[in-house]
Design a protein around this ligand. Structure first.
Ligand code: SF4
Length: 395
């Protein structure tokens, strides 16, 4: 097989990873290139390559596992560097995400990945974005080398504790390998001279872990600045894999985990505030911010003209950008009605019950879909809708 045929196979294998976009490339896209959104807006193109899809491990959810019926191939370190630089020079890729299967000794496979990135940095003089996935079993010196060479380093934790990871991937060692390696990479990138960050990924569902356990670990790592953010992958059984008979996990659960992680990272929520149900999972029927607000209705409405930024962020339908614009604009102009708030990005249907303008709620009642979700015993009576608006708790 020539290099481009091998690239097609390895790019397809790398597309299963959640890092850098949830979707595989669209038909017609150059091989291995994924368009990703940037945090501040706009898009960039990342080339995702699995250096080899040969693997001797038996992760139960993975089509590339040792018993999988897939065509196995590999790119050498020089070939990875050449392939990426060709795409980069043609303006097709502005960054590289490099992962690999583990054929035989992990240390050897990891060395080949590091050699590819070293070639890019030293021989090709490439200074741009590189993300290296650490392999299970990588040595401490390899973690250090990855932290020096790459802008982002990740290792998939898969689950939040040993028992779950054993169920998912019998060869992986959560507390003896994956977690300490992620923490080590996090410390090196947090405290060292190089600017970089770490990410990780969880397989959600088949091992029986709870959202509370996943997010508890994520919150601790993010609080210690050992982790930039986490990815969550709702389990989907793949025919021919050891876990093909397990039920799939609803995509909504994955979406709620992402929303809750955003509350921790971007909305100032503490882990203890996340609105888990008694079973330890997030409610599926509503986003976690709305679920939290409905459990704290006594704290609303917030007066638009005075509420601090940190509290506006807690209103359903108000994102960081809208909250910031609101705080800036109210210094120089007056918000007269919902249309003024809509203009700056507030979703007034979701936010209406939680915001007040000059003492009057924007909307006297919750939309039906939010009303259904009031915690048990807290249904507001018709009379309650008609009572005067209570003074804003934060005025
Ligand atoms: S290490 Fe596990 S997840 Fe990675 S390719 Fe091998 S079987 Fe798949």
């Amino acid at each position: 097989m020539d290099r481009h045929q091998r690239l097609a196979i390895l790019a397809e294998a790398a597309a299963d990873d959640r890092e850098h976009g949830l979707a595989k490339g669209r038909p017609g896209d150059p091989v291995g290139i994924t368009k990703v959104r940037l945090p501040g807006g706009g898009c960039t193109n990342i080339m995702r390559i699995m250096q080899t899809n040969a693997c001797s491990l038996a992760c139960g959810y993975c089509p590339t596992f040792c018993g999988g019926k897939v065509k196995r191939t590999a790119l050498g370190p020089e070939e990875v560097a050449t392939t990426f630089m060709e795409a980069h020079r043609a303006g097709l890729a502005q960054g590289l995400f490099l992962t690999s299967g583990v054929p035989g000794k992990p240390v050897r496979a990891m060395d080949r990945m590091l050699a590819a990135v070293e070639t890019l940095r030293r021989k090709e003089g490439y200074r741009g974005y590189v993300h290296v996935k650490l392999l299970p079993g990588a040595e401490a010196a390899q973690v250090e080398a990855a932290a020096q060479l790459a802008n982002r380093v990740s290792i998939n934790l898969e689950g939040p504790a040993d028992s779950y990871v054993r169920r998912l991937a019998r060869d992986k060692d959560f507390s003896g390998d994956l977690l300490p390696k992620l923490e080590m990479a996090g410390r090196l990138l947090r405290d060292g001279p190089q600017r970089g960050s770490t990410t990780t990924q969880f397989v959600v569902g088949p091992a029986g872990e709870k959202d509370r356990e996943i997010l508890g670990l994520v919150a601790r790592l993010e609080r210690q600045r050992l982790l930039h953010h986490a990815h969550f992958s709702a389990f989907q059984p793949v025919v021919g894999t050891p876990m093909e008979g397990e039920p799939s996990t609803p995509a909504t659960r994955e979406f709620r985990l992402y929303q809750a992680e955003h509350l921790l990272r971007q909305y100032g929520f503490d882990f203890e505030e996340l609105p888990f149900d008694v079973d330890g999972n997030l409610p599926l029927d509503h986003d976690p911010k709305t679920a939290w607000a409905l459990r704290h209705v006594e704290q609303f409405p917030l007066e638009v003209g005075r509420a601090p930024y940190e509290l506006l962020l807690r209103v359903p339908g108000v994102g960081p950008k809208a909250a910031l614009t609101l705080v800036r604009e109210r210094r120089r102009s007056v918000f007269r009605g919902p249309e003024d708030l809509r203009r700056i990005g507030v979703d007034t249907v979701r936010a209406g019950y939680f915001l007040a303008l000059r003492g009057r709620r924007l909307s006297p009642r919750l939309p039906a879909h939010q009303l259904r979700l009031l915690p048990h015993g807290r249904h507001l009576t018709q009379a309650a809708w008609k009572t005067p608006v209570p003074p804003c708790a934060f005025r």
